[in-house]
Design a binder for this molecule. Structure first.
Ligand code: LLP
Length: 386
């Protein structure tokens, strides 16, 4: 065993596959629970979009978290994993009628509504099925986040949410409609955020909106600030557990939560990213004109983030102790963007070695595709490997 991986247990598993370290996952969940426990009325919903592997969901559910879903499929996955419907929130700019129906049938806690037409459809369907849907409005706070442009969501130019200008009209409308009950406001400014100042900016904006609403005697029971806490992709071992203390303390210090309010969080990446690695085998080492390529049996179909966002995942040869050499680490797919990293230092690498692409527990397995008619990678929890 080199480092943290049980390599002998990997020998009979077909590569590539996702490996989830249950101790890291449980440690992360425990850290969240202990930090959240410092404050009254904080609730965490795990953002299922980050990783919907049934075994991972099960561990998260066991610890009593709720679920944040963005599709009917995610609601079904959360329910299969045993998340109680009264802890499920449902967001998304384009909810289909069948998905709304599923949410109503399951009597989920809340629909995070992103537009007037959506509110009207939820009201209509709720009437048809003789239900009252609890709704929160996703407000676009026009707060930028210092992260990759593809994963900022809280700017006026993004497709998400209802503008602050429109908020009053939408609340008035909800109060007239008979089959929706307005219970809260929802926000989410982006993902992989490491600068707590971004969350402070969101808190300031929410404080302003609350004052404005109170002056109209509108009281909000639930505030949902979404997710977005980033992780340290550079140091998956040194900082396996994100800084939840600073994260929750930022909200506690900056957001003027009223005593009757509950504050909801939707953390995805920070919960699952560091527990997961994509384990892959070296197929060939090829000498190019002026560099060496390590060609893996995993490609962008298994882990899309580097190709899609130029994301960095630490790459390690977990079966070699040979002196370090430099490689471009690439996949087998017929696309020039199928590259995991250029000029990467790896212990001397040969055919058959195992490579770990680290910090891949979030937005890894779930974003895999069958491109090039490849099989989807499987995911294993360390608990189940003997
Ligand atoms: N709530 C809402 C409304 C969201 O849109 C998201 C993520 C989350 C919560 C969870 O955010 P987190 O805590 O994971 O940052 N595929 C991209 C990330 C897309 C995030 C989309 N929304 C990536 O691989 O970086």
């Amino acid at each position: 065993m080199k480092g943290i991986f049980p390599i002998d247990k990997f020998q009979n598993i077909q590569t590539p596959f996702y490996y989830y370290d249950a101790n890291v996952l449980r440690g992360t969940l425990a850290a969240i629970k202990s930090e959240v426990g410092r404050y009254a009325n904080y609730e965490v919903h795990y953002a299922v979009k980050a990783n919907a592997n049934a075994k991972v969901l099960n561990v998260i559910r066991e610890q009593g978290f709720g679920a944040d879903c963005v599709s009917g499929g995610e609601i079904a996955a959360a329910i299969r994993a045993g998340f109680p419907p009264h802890k499920i929130v449902f967001a998304g700019v384009g909810k289909a009628d069948w998905e709304i129906k599923l949410g109503l049938e399951q009597d989920i806690f809340c629909f995070n509504v992103e537009s007037v037409p959506e509110l009207e459809v939820i009201n209509e369907l709720a009437q048809k099925y003789e239900k009252v849907a609890r709704v929160a409005f996703r407000i676009n706070p026009d707060v930028g986040a210092h992260t990759h442009a593809n994963i900022t969501t809280g700017l006026a130019e993004n497709k998400f949410g209802i503008s602050m200008q429109e908020m009053d009209t939408v609340i008035d409308l909800a109060q007239k409609l008979t089959h929706v009950q307005f219970i809260g406001l929802h926000f989410h400014i982006g993902s992989q955020i490491l600068d707590m100042g971004d969350f402070v900016a969101l808190c300031n904006r929410i404080n302003e909106l609350q004052d404005k609403l109170e002056s109209r005697r509108i009281l909000i029971e639930h505030i949902n600030v979404g997710g977005g806490l980033g992780i340290d992709y550079g140091h998956p071992n040194r900082q396996a557990i994100p800084d939840f203390k600073a994260y929750f303390a930022t909200y506690a210090g900056q957001l003027k939560l009223r005593s009757y309010q509950t504050l909801h969080f939707e953390l995805g990446r920070a919960v699952v990213a560091q527990c997961g690695s994509l384990i892959t085998r070296v197929l060939y080492v090829k000498q190019g004109t002026n560099k060496k390529f390590a060609i893996l049996d995993a490609g962008m179909s298994d882990l899309l983030r580097p190709a899609l966002y130029q994301a960095y995942h630490k790459i390690e040869n977990i079966t070699s102790e040979a002196p370090v050499e430099v490689y471009d680490v690439v996949g087998p797919i017929c696309e020039s963007s199928d590259v995991f990293g250029k000029a990467i230092d790896l212990n001397g690498t040969k055919r058959g070695d195992l490579i770990a692409l680290r910090s891949a527990g979030a937005y890894g397995e779930i974003m895999a595709s069958g491109y090039n008619c490849r099989e989807l990678p499987k995911g294993y929890l360390s608990d189940e490997l003997v």
